[in-house]
Design a protein around this ligand. Structure first.
Ligand SMILES: Cc1cc2nc3c(=O)[nH]c(=O)nc-3n(C[C@H](O)[C@H](O)[C@H](O)COP(=O)(O)OP(=O)(O)OC[C@H]3O[C@@H](n4cnc5c(N)ncnc54)[C@H](O)[C@@H]3O)c2cc1C
Length: 402
């Protein structure tokens, strides 16, 4: 089976790249290999569904470069496909006055990144979200919104099929030799260009092409708790000021596309890549490698991994998890029902030469292949804008050389 472009992975990154390729090359043959039976089985269908605004990212990062435009393009796609957008907005709140300097840094970053924002007082916070609590100031983000990420991916699939793109589901990449890909079920695919968008397995596939051998993905599990309580209804996403020493955003409240209130996600180190629950998808060789790496990071406390791991593990305890979140509100639910939701797993890249986290998106190129590595949050929001850039910077320039 031959195609001009062969994409591995039907998450948001693979789907938006296919969408962009179809726009740029209307008569090309495009195929997508996906190991699961449908799109968005992993991060893209298990995330918070927040369309981020871009307040956190350093100005020179790819995340900052794509998030504002990505938010706009994702909104346009949703409007075009009739997918509802919950205009939830967002507040970043201080639990203690010591957090104010970090809040002011986020204000500066927002200015530099061209992100709509307002530094507001605690009185103004009450008008936006009566349940929210802050010390002196908060950062208000009016362009943050929530969508149903699975609906977006399913709509993309339908759109791509209608435009002649072929999906091969239950077709897992196994290995590559020159430009021949062999799948787990023994089929062979050839392509002029392979685009690896395999999320949690993107590093392994890149290694097959001799790319990024010093990079390795460590999985971090994000668990969510849904709160049902008629007296505890939020209309805005509430986030803490993030701890600058840690790579993730801290426990927060999100209001999803259907107005459900959720706490989470956590960022608990997982022991294998698809370590969602029990021993499903357990792979011994993978677990040995990841546990070994995590043990090393723990001992060296690289990027504060030890402190992070201890703090995050505590969140398996529901009371601890809830109390972290309740720091952001002035009232606790009175008669709540709690429900653990489907977890998601972040595919976080580590540079094995330094034992440090890779913070930004990373795209590497081989002779006839492109590898999207570290498509961590906010890659869902960035999807369409990131895909435009990948096609422009990597695909077009490679084709010119041919
Ligand atoms: C808990 C959590 C919350 C998040 N919240 C947000 C948020 O609110 N907003 C936001 O913008 N971002 C968020 N993110 C980040 C966002 O979800 C991801 O950045 C994004 O979904 C990554 O998309 P992807 O296509 O790279 O990966 P994936 O969605 O994981 O897709 C990769 C695909 O590759 C397939 N695949 C893997 N190996 C193979 C193989 N060998 N052969 C064939 N196919 C293969 C997989 O089955 C999968 O379908 C969150 C992430 C997590 C984990």
């Amino acid at each position: 089976m031959h195609s001009d472009f062969l994409i591995i992975g039907a998450g948001i990154v693979g789907l938006t790249i296919a969408h962009e390729l179809r726009k740029k090359y209307p008569s090309s043959q495009i195929a997508i290999l996906e190991k699961e039976s449908d799109v968005a089985y992993h991060s893209s269908g298990r995330n918070s569904g927040v369309l981020h605004s871009g307040v956190y990212y350093s100005q020179d990062s790819l995340k900052a470069k794509f998030v504002v435009q990505g938010n706009k393009l994702m909104r346009a796609f949703c409007q075009d496909k009739g997918i509802s957008i919950n205009e939830t907005k967002k507040l970043i709140l201080c639990s203690h006055e010591s957090e104010l300097p970090e809040l002011f840094k986020l204000v500066e970053k927002s200015k530099l990144n061209g992100v709509e924002h307002e530094l507001i007082t605690s009185k103004e916070v009450a008008a936006i979200e009566p349940l929210a609590k802050t010390v002196e100031h908060a950062l208000f983000s009016p362009t943050t919104a929530n969508i149903d990420p699975l609906k977006v991916c399913l709509a993309l699939k339908e759109d791509l099929i209608s435009k002649g793109i072929t999906f091969y589901f239950e077709t897992a990449f196994l290995s590559a030799k020159e430009n021949v890909i062999i799948t787990k079920d023994g089929r062979q695919f050839t392509s002029s260009m392979v685009i690896n968008c395999a999320g949690l397995y993107a590093d392994k596939i890149a290694h097959n092409y001799g790319i990024g051998k010093h990079l390795y993905i460590i999985p971090f599990k994000g668990i969510y708790l849904k709160i049902k309580d008629d007296d505890f209804k939020l209309r805005t996403n509430l986030y803490p000021v993030p701890n600058p020493a840690w790579p993730f955003l801290g426990v927060h409240f999100t209001v999803d596309a259907y107005n459900n209130v959720k706490i989470g996600p956590t960022a608990i180190p997982a022991f294998w890549r698809e370590n969602y629950s029990g021993f499903k998808q357990f792979k011994l060789d993978e677990a040995i490698r990841i546990l070994g790496l995590e043990a090393k990071l723990f001992l060296k406390n690289s990027f504060n991994f030890r402190d992070l791991a201890i703090e995050e593990m505590k969140k398996f305890n529901r009371s601890f998890f809830l109390n972290e979140a309740f720091k952001l509100v002035n009232k606790k639910p009175t008669n709540p029902k709690y429900e653990w939701l489907r977890p998601g797993i972040r595919a976080q890249l580590i540079d094995l030469r330094t034992n440090e986290l890779v913070n930004d998106f990373l795209v590497e190129r081989g002779p006839n292949s492109i590898h999207v590595l570290n498509a961590v949050s906010p890659a869902f929001t960035c999807g369409f804008a990131f895909a435009e850039w990948i096609v422009e910077q990597f695909v077009e320039s490679s084709l010119k050389k041919l």
